[in-house]
Design a protein. Structure first.
Length: 116
């Protein structure tokens, strides 16, 4: 019997609510790197979900990567801090570190808003 990776509440929410059934051309592909269900990581997910629903409705996919379960995955995107959001598509790749509570900073980082 093979042990299945433990699913956390954060993974369940990400799997069921954050991924639209079909990703349209030009959609945003986002990876949120977390380390367990710390308050900061949970806040980052909630803030990201809210921003995506308000500004990218139906045009985004969020993949939550828990580095406590898969630490080697941090190397591919050169993750140095947690939580970190990586915009994989559209290119170029962009990174935003922190709990994503500064909506304006996140919108600028995702190229959804111009700098003032």
């Amino acid at each position: 019997m093979t042990a299945q990776p433990k699913k956390t509440a954060l993974h369940e929410v990400a799997a069921t609510k954050a991924k639209p059934a079909k990703i349209k051309k030009g959609a945003y592909i986002l990876r949120l790197y977390v380390a367990g269900q710390t308050p900061k990581c949970m806040a980052a997910f909630v803030n990201l979900k809210k921003i995506c629903e308000e500004h990218l409705a139906g045009q985004y996919q969020i993949e939550v990567i828990d580095l406590l379960e898969n630490p080697k995955l941090a190397q591919g995107d050169q993750i140095l801090a947690i939580p970190t959001l990586v915009r994989r598509l559209p290119e170029p790749v962009r990174k935003i570190i922190g709990d994503l509570s500064n909506t304006e900073r996140v919108l600028i980082g995702l190229d959804l808003q111009q700098r003032k």
